[in-house]
Design a protein around this ligand. Structure first.
Ligand code: NAP
Length: 76
């Protein structure tokens, strides 16, 4: 099984990467490789790698910034 873990370098995602490795191959692209606020990039990544399972641990956790970057927060 191929598993895509987003936010894999974050607190939750890092642990999920370890746990989900028991299921098979884990893909955990960093933000530079896959910016989740870019819908076209997400579509292209899914088409290329075709994961069986997607676990989303990415989030806009800089809550103070979200006040000033509402569009970016909503995109993510
Ligand atoms: N930590 C907890 O105890 C806990 C408990 C319950 C629920 N949660 C929930 O779990 C989620 C993750 O929390 P966390 O504590 O793991 O947060 P975190 O450590 O801040 O991790 C967030 C992850 O999201 C990534 N990310 C942010 N914007 C992105 C973008 N545009 N494209 C790709 N990746 C992006 C970050 O990448 P960068 O490293 O590049 O910034 C980081 O890897 C949140 O929804 C949180 O509410 C957390």
């Amino acid at each position: 099984m191929k598993v895509l873990v987003t936010g894999g370098n974050g607190q939750v995602g890092f642990e999920l990467r370890r746990q989900l490795a028991t299921l098979g191959e884990v893909l955990a692209p960093d933000r530079a490789t896959l910016d989740l606020s870019n819908a076209d990039a997400v579509d292209a990544f899914l088409a290329q790698y075709q994961p069986d399972l997607v676990v989303n641990a990415a989030a806009y956790t800089a809550v103070d910034n979200a006040e000033n970057d509402q569009a970016g927060a909503m995109r993510l």
